[in-house]
Write a protein that binds this ligand. Structure first.
Ligand SMILES: Cc1cc2nc3c(=O)[nH]c(=O)nc-3n(C[C@H](O)[C@H](O)[C@H](O)COP(=O)(O)OP(=O)(O)OC[C@H]3O[C@@H](n4cnc5c(N)ncnc54)[C@H](O)[C@@H]3O)c2cc1C
Length: 476
């Protein structure tokens, strides 16, 4: 064929990109295209925030800019448009007289709706849309059990996959990308996207710069230069600093990094340096990521219901307390471990996995507030937001997802275990600096004299707790 449109979605990379490789094999020239979809920047249904907040909007822009630079370095370019893909992709196909369009397929409802709508609109002009599954470690077609019948719990699913499937090899980065002449168009600014910019706080764990180049640099730095993979399993529950965990999530979410490439680097590290529980554990975590992607194919939109995939069996009643939700979101609950994590999220777009589990449990279990508001708030704030990882983990934590046990996190004992010297809470709540750890984690235990002694007045310097959380844990 003469020309194919390659519609980049959450696969903003040239390495291991089957969609691009197939299009280049089938067509003489390709028209690489990225579409900023205004719907992804529209207001959330559940919270007064845009679905994509400033940190992720910036990361996506940087990723698209990097993709364009990498295409230019291979003799090509990237056409950038702003509009509904269901209109833009067919319009571009027609403008360049394309014979076919190629794109990544994604499992979640809104993405699939857009994809199916685009396919239908292209079909009206006689242009087929070829779709490729490219964002998981295991290919959906290689699962030992058809995806609609896979187990709903992680461990049996993981064991079956590890024993019965192989990870496919990565595709090479194409050396050249022949494109026709076109006016590539400017990237929309955050203003154009309707998003108010916001600077990342200097205290951020790392600089999440978007793009395949930065993603590969981060992988190189974490695995090879800092040599941290050998200790990943012991450090992954950390809270402070760049290297307690891989920090690859944002690049994986936008497809700047392919999970298969990460796994090949782990294999290489195991061959050249060391193979141990830690090196395996990074892949184990990538399998959690896969698990939620496949669960979304199986359960689809059920993940967004207030009773999640468990339906009436979950039997949960959620409160709609706007003021309590706002305190949680702002990091003003008066429970330092919750507040420190929420402030890190608000100021940087990142929060550790340990933090996410705790703040989600606090909102859903302790405050009993509709977990979907929490999930939507994360959706807006997280740089690494991924529909399946986010809503899947939230549903799990709220007891309406892939775990039928009702197990909450006790944020007080978690704080004392994972932040024993209160370094993390005081990093994000400097107003508590100087307090001994016991009071930094439970400031309500200070009487007035102690508050005066340490110069921290509850209700003035730091909020009084919104509920007696010690009593709540005693009662549950
Ligand atoms: C309530 C809640 C919401 C979450 N929302 C998201 C989200 O929107 N996007 C996202 O990528 N992750 C999400 N996670 C999973 C996890 O917290 C992040 O992937 C992780 O903290 C990112 O940091 P890292 O890359 O350093 O992780 P590492 O510990 O280095 O893990 C390596 C990779 O494994 C994957 N991974 C690890 N844990 C999980 C998990 N529980 N579920 C799915 N994938 C996992 C990620 O791709 C991660 O980059 C969420 C977890 C919870 C509890």
């Amino acid at each position: 064929m003469d020309t194919a449109v390659v519609w980049f979605r959450r696969d903003l990379r040239l390495h291991d990109n089957e969609t691009l490789v197939r299009a280049l094999a089938d067509a003489d020239e390709v028209v690489p295209l990225y579409v900023f979809d205004p719907d992804e920047y529209a207001d959330s249904r559940y919270v007064e925030e845009p679905k994509t907040g400033p940190y992720r909007a910036r990361f996506v822009r940087e990723s698209v800019a990097d993709l364009r630079a990498n295409l230019r370095a291979r003799g090509g370019d990237l056409l950038v448009r702003h509009g509904d893909p269901r209109e833009v992709v067919p319009a571009v196909a027609s403008e360049y007289d394309a014979d076919a369009a190629y794109a990544q397929t994604m499992p979640a409802t809104e993405e699939l709706t857009v994809e199916n709508g685009t396919k239908a609109a292209l079909a009206e002009d006689g242009v087929p849309l070829e779709r490729f599954w490219t964002h998981t470690l295991y290919h959906v077609n290689d699962l030992p059990t058809p995806v609609d019948d896979i187990a709903d719990t992680y461990t049996p699913w993981r064991k079956e996959v590890e024993n019965g499937a192989e990870v496919r090899e990565t595709f090479e980065t194409p050396p050249s990308v022949p494109t026709p002449e076109f006016d590539p168009g400017d990237l929309p600014s955050l203003d154009d996207l309707g998003i108010e910019g916001r600077d990342v706080d200097d205290r951020a764990a790392i600089d999440f710069r978007g793009g395949e180049s930065a993603g590969r640099e981060r992988l190189q730095a974490y695995v090879w230069e800092a040599d941290r993979l050998r200790r990943y399993k012991e450090t992954r529950n950390g809270l402070l600093g760049p290297d307690f965990s891989s920090k690859l999530s944002a690049w994986l979410s936008q497809g700047c990094l392919s999970p298969r490439y990460v796994s090949e680097e782990v294999d290489r590290y195991e061959a050249e340096r060391v193979a141990n529980d830690s090196t395996y554990w990074l892949v184990f975590e990538l399998l959690w990521r896969d698990f939620f992607q496949f669960q979304f194919i199986k359960h689809g939109g059920d993940f967004f219901g207030e009773q999640g995939i468990r339906g009436s069996a979950a039997g949960k009643e959620w409160r709609r307390d706007g003021a309590a939700f706002e305190r949680w979101a702002a990091g003003e609950t008066g429970v330092p471990f919750v507040d420190a994590n929420m402030r890190e999220l608000n100021e940087t777009g990142y929060m550790s996995n340990r933090g996410r589990q705790n703040v989600a449990s606090f909102l859903a279990d302790v405050l009993g507030i509709d977990w979907r508001r929490g999930a939507a708030y994360f959706e807006s704030r997280l740089t690494d937001y991924d529909v399946c990882s986010n809503w899947g983990n939230w549903a799990y934590q709220a007891g309406v997802g892939n775990d039928s046990r009702d197990n909450y996190f006790n944020v007080l004992s978690q704080a004392e275990r994972y932040d024993s010297n209160a370094e993390y809470v005081t990093h994000w709540l400097p107003e508590l600096d100087g307090l001994p750890p016991e009071f930094a984690h439970r400031p309500w235990r200070m009487d007035e004299g102690t508050q005066a002694e340490y110069g921290v007045q509850l209700g003035l310097d730091y909020p009084a707790p919104m509920l007696d959380v010690e009593e709540w844990y005693r009662m549950h």
